[in-house]
Design a protein around this ligand. Structure first.
Ligand code: NG6
Ligand code: CA
Length: 514
């Protein structure tokens, strides 16, 4: 071979291998940015792309129309912290007994030794960022909010973080950027407790005159911005958030993140706070629906998503960005404040055709909107493959060219890309510590102690003293328990459940409502 030809072939080989680095073996796709857009308590039926007629979500619909809209997409739990734990670790939440709804002072739920989704991306040369709701605990459980708070998101793989610690209804009501409370003031130190109030501080219980939104159940501790919260807080007057500005605050940080990192692959976890309580739309969105604040904040969230998409376009990375949109758990109307969510719901059905909602083992607890979108790379389709957020770890590892694995996470990359049909064959569903099995078109809910209906939130929890067996293909609304008429199927389901879950029956799971 002549010398110049050899150089040319070597150069091509080097170029090809450079192009291939980070790809899944055998796949001819470039390595895209990944943006996970994660709503809080957004139900299967809350989005017009999923059949809502009383509310319009054009920006989510645009992703759904241009990508894969999964009709059997699941969060890993019917509540927040456990779902987020599974999303970031690829491990079922029931494997970790601490993976339940966390207070704002809870210690970090993820071990800093553990492999995580952002760590995996970081190892593959991505820049990694989180903007929005964290709710996975911080520090060791004895956090001083006036100095650097660690470990937290930055210690489990995120190189940039701008978060709220827990939920919008829990103290501390401050933003935390890379471990530091934003606008903190040493002269007005922040103290937080979930056990006792601080002398002289008003509460929702004792000072109803200070409230612009009244609490219905729980939510009667410290008052911030005219809204009483779960937990007590003192100090940090300048640092306290204004709920009505939260959507804009997180959006701007997410947009800045994209603009700052558009030159190299990035992973952005954009965790919106809507439509979780307290529902506080910016005045621009008040009255956009006839449903009161809950409807209005869904429209607000949809607008945020549209703005984020525009930023990706402006950054010139739209064709090189995989967007995954989902929700951490199913919907709830009255979740503790008088905000008209139940009185003004009208014909809107947040759970769509599904039974239950947030906190429930019935389908609407965990079956949520789940959309993948990648302009020019994903051919639009509707998929009925079973996919779970716990699978994003292995699937995205495969996309990024990583060998990282996690115990419960299946590599469903080709399903998420719309290239293959069958998704998972089975999946464990979880709600407030209780578990159930989805296998094919069947659902098994083992006997659970505890009340059938959470009257505070008016949601059926899925508890019954006997086995429940539903055939979703003919009974999507889980109305007909086939356990006694389909003995063989029941036995098969129980056997599968035992193998994966390691137990036959359950542990009662009392709902963690305060
Ligand atoms: C419950 C809260 C509820 C909500 C939930 C967590 C009461 C009565 N209820 O304990 O309002 O904050 O926790 O929601 O306090 S989640 O989506 O973050 O899991
Ligand atoms: Ca939630």
């Amino acid at each position: 071979m002549k010398y110049p030809t050899f150089i040319l072939i070597s150069a091509i080989a080097v170029l090809l291998s450079a192009c291939n680095s980070g790809q899944q073996k055998g796949r001819e796709v470039p390595r895209p940015n990944v943006v996970i857009i994660y709503a809080d308590d957004l139900g299967y039926g809350d989005v017009s792309a999923y059949g809502a007629t009383e509310i319009s979500t054009p920006n989510i619909d645009r992703l759904a129309r241009g990508g894969i809209r999964f009709t059997n997409g699941y969060s890993s739990s019917a509540t927040c912290s456990p779902s987020r734990y599974a999303l970031l670790t690829g491990s079922y939440p029931w494997r970790n007994e601490n993976a339940k709804i966390l207070d704002g002072t809870a210690p970090l739920l993820i071990s800093t030794e553990q492999m995580t989704l952002p760590k995996m991306f970081k190892e593959q040369g991505y820049h990694t960022g989180i903007v929005g709701k964290w709710h996975l605990g911080l520090g060791d459980g004895h956090v001083d909010w006036n100095v650097k708070i660690a470990p937290g998101p930055n210690e489990v793989g995120f190189e940039y973080s701008y978060i709220m610690a827990a939920t919008q209804d829990r103290v501390p009501t401050v933003y935390i950027e890379n471990g530091l409370v934003v606008r903190s003031d040493p002269g007005d130190p922040i103290k937080v407790s979930y056990e006792h109030n601080f002398p002289g501080e008003p509460t929702g219980m004792d000072n109803p005159e200070l409230l612009k939104m009244k609490w219905h159940h729980g939510h009667f501790n410290s008052v911030v911005n005219g809204i009483s919260r779960i937990g007590y807080m003192k100090g940090g007057a300048e640092a306290r958030w204004v709920d009505e500005n939260m959507a804009d605050t997180f959006l701007l940080k997410a947009q800045d993140y994209i603009m700052d990192h558009k030159e190299k692959p990035f992973f952005l976890y954009y965790a919106l706070q809507q439509p979780h309580v307290p529902r506080t739309p910016h005045p621009r969105f008040v009255g956009k629906t006839s449903m009161g604040p809950r409807g209005d904040v869904i429209v607000e969230a949809d607008w945020c998503i549209g703005e984020l998409i525009s930023t990706l376009e402006e950054a010139g990375v739209m064709e090189n960005t995989l967007i995954i949109l989902s929700s951490d758990n199913g919907p709830v109307l009255n979740d503790g404040y008088y905000d008209d969510s139940d009185t003004k719901v009208g014909n809107h059905t947040p759970s769509g055709p599904l039974r239950g909602g947030k906190y429930s083992l019935f389908e609407a607890g965990t079956r949520i909107p789940f959309i993948t979108y990648w302009k020019g790379h994903i051919t639009p389709a509707v998929s009925d493959a079973i996919v779970s957020q716990v699978d994003l770890f292995a699937s995205l590892a495969s996309l990024a060219g990583s060998e990282a694995k996690s115990i419960d996470s299946e590599n469903l990359l080709q399903v998420l890309m719309g290239e293959e049909k069958p998704g998972r064959s089975e999946l464990i569903l979880e709600a407030t510590g209780r578990t159930a099995l989805r296998k094919g078109d069947w659902v098994l809910i083992p006997p659970h102690e505890g009340r059938a209906l959470a009257s505070e939130v008016n949601i059926e929890l899925g508890n019954a003293p006997e086995y429940q067996l539903y055939y979703l293909d003919e009974d999507l609304g889980e109305q007909h328990n086939l356990a006694s008429s389909h003995q063989e199927k029941l036995e098969e389901m129980i056997a599968t459940f035992k193998v994966i879950r390691g137990v036959s029956d359950e542990i009662s799971g009392e709902l963690e409502l305060k």
